[in-house]
Design a protein around this ligand. Structure first.
Ligand code: PEP
Length: 250
């Protein structure tokens, strides 16, 4: 039985004060969240503060990226060890904004996945197609290619150490959510693809949906057979909305 998961990607939002307030709000509502694994991914500079605030609660902390190297002359990068040292258990990897705006290729994303894995951080591995790709009918090919990069480097068993997040790029931050059927189709494809290589990994790996998920649509999306939770952007910045999604997930 796969545990449902709700992860908040705060992106480049927040301040010392707002992060404190958001964490206090989420913490307060956590008593009503008994089944979902809840993760928050703040901007890197706030990770120590957020980890401190999460102490004594079931809230877990993740980063929004991770360096593919372990140590040394990589200005501006943050290593897996540093993330672990400041309380991270998870790291978002291959978010479409990183791929589109910062040129992260499938190969680099796979190397970041590998760095997380060898250092005991669980990757939240993001994949998904653009609107153009969907309209050209290549959604499954794109997801397949992105997953294959990780499989080529680390083997299919590696997927068991992380979580996959299917995030159609056209649904991220746009308010245009995939229908439950559209999302389920791709999730089923992803699980089927993995099952063809390793049935046990496919059965156990959690596949989250991300893209304009909110308290109004979460229940139906997460209710689909192959959708095991959500990766939430905008709606994770309001404690009330984030908690409502966590409750819908249960
Ligand atoms: C995201 O950036 O991962 C995301 C899902 O954003 P939003 O929920 O705002 O669409």
């Amino acid at each position: 039985m796969r545990q449902v998961m709700v992860a908040g990607n705060w992106k480049m939002n927040g301040s010392s004060d707002s992060v404190k307030e958001l964490m206090a709000g989420i913490k307060e509502g956590m008593a009503a969240v008994t089944k979902a694994e809840v993760v928050v991914c703040p901007p890197a500079v706030y990770i120590p503060r957020v980890s401190g605030a999460a102490d004594g609660s079931a809230i877990k902390v993740g980063s929004q990226n991770i360096c593919d190297e372990d140590k040394g002359a990589f200005t501006g990068e943050i290593s897996a060890d540093m993330l672990k040292d400041t309380g991270c258990e998870y790291a978002i990897i291959g978010h479409s904004e990183r791929r589109a705006l910062y040129g992260e290729t499938d190969e680099l994303v796979a190397k970041r996945f590998a760095a997380a894995r060898r250092n005991g951080i669980k990757p939240i591995f993001c994949i998904g197609e653009t609107l153009e790709e969907r309209e050209s009918g290549v959604t499954n090919d794109v997801c397949s290619r992105q997953i294959d990069a990780v499989i080529a480097l680390e083997g299919v068993e590696a997927l068991a150490d992380g979580v996959i997040a299917y995030e159609p790029v056209w649904a991220i931050g746009t308010g245009k959510v995939a229908t439950p059927e559209q999302a389920q189709d791709v999730h089923a494809f992803i699980r089927g693809k993995i099952a063809a290589l390793n049935a046990e990994v496919a059965e156990g790996v959690r596949i989250l949906y991300g893209g304009s998920m909110n308290p109004g649509n979460a229940k139906e999306l997460i209710g689909q057979a192959d959708i095991d939770g959500g990766l939430i952007g905008g709606a994770s910045l309001k404690a009330e909305d984030f908690l409502a999604i966590c409750q819908a997930a249960e």
